[in-house]
Design a protein around this ligand. Structure first.
Ligand SMILES: C[S@@+](CC[C@H](N)C(=O)[O-])C[C@H]1O[C@@H](n2cnc3c(N)ncnc32)[C@H](O)[C@@H]1O
Length: 208
């Protein structure tokens, strides 16, 4: 099994049951770049989907966002709360499955999906969560691995069905202004599970 071949909630709990943060305790690099593009006074309510141990949620809370971090892993969310306490910021955690998670409609100013790899039906459900949960004028930030990443051994699932493509994102986010939409290869070094050159898609989009 590859290092990142973890699908069930139990497996994620096992992965996160360690002192170190699996993907580090610093925010995802693309998230920080995308946030810089958003007007500096932009704040409000943020929802981090599949947020694991909370590094991105804590970063957003430190910028003044009121953050909900959701994930299926109770162990991950416990570490997210610990990281928030260490950094002296507040976040709200919600243990839930993307399959049946229903956000408050038109509520969030920002929704993130960072490495939120799931089987395709769940991925499509995630897109619906984003479209429903965002306010008009709210931003969606995503970074995920491309199908070609499945043959690398630097992170992400081994099954290409779990991956994102820019084409799929464009198909599902037609009512959005795509501010950044690109596929590229970049060095992804985050914790012990993302260890180098990776094929990724990055998206920053505004709900119209
Ligand atoms: C690679 S980790 C990314 C964590 C975090 N976004 C980050 O960047 O550090 C993927 C996360 O997706 C979560 N996940 C996978 N399938 C899920 C589902 N059906 N519902 C909720 N969370 C899920 C896992 O529990 C895990 O925390």
């Amino acid at each position: 099994m590859r290092k990142d071949d973890t699908r069930s909630s139990r497996k994620w709990d096992e992965r996160y049951d360690a002192t170190d943060y699996a993907y580090g305790d610093q925010p995802n690099q693309f998230l920080t770049q995308a946030i810089e593009k958003i007007a500096t006074q932009h704040q409000g309510k943020a929802l981090c989907l599949a947020e694991g141990e909370g590094r991105n949620a804590v970063f957003l809370a430190s910028l003044g966002y009121e953050v909900v971090a959701m994930d299926q892993s109770a162990v991950g969310l416990e570490k997210a709360n610990r990281l928030a306490a260490d950094r002296q910021v507040d976040i709200v955690t919600r243990q839930a499955d993307l399959n049946d998670y229903e956000p408050e409609p038109n509520t969030f100013d920002l929704i993130t999906m960072i490495w939120a790899h799931t089987p395709k039906p769940v991925r499509l459900k995630s897109y619906e969560i984003v479209k429903k949960g965002l306010k008009r004028g709210g931003y969606f930030i995503l970074e995920g691995y491309l199908p070609s990443q499945s043959t690398r051994n630097t992170g992400g699932p081994s099954d290409p069905e779990f991956m994102f493509t820019l084409g799929e994102l464009r198909t599902h986010f037609t009512d959005f202004n795509i501010i950044i939409g690109r596929e590229l290869t970049r060095n992804v070094t985050e914790g012990i599970y993302h260890t180098g050159s990776g094929d990724v898609v990055q998206l920053l989009a505004l709900k119209l």
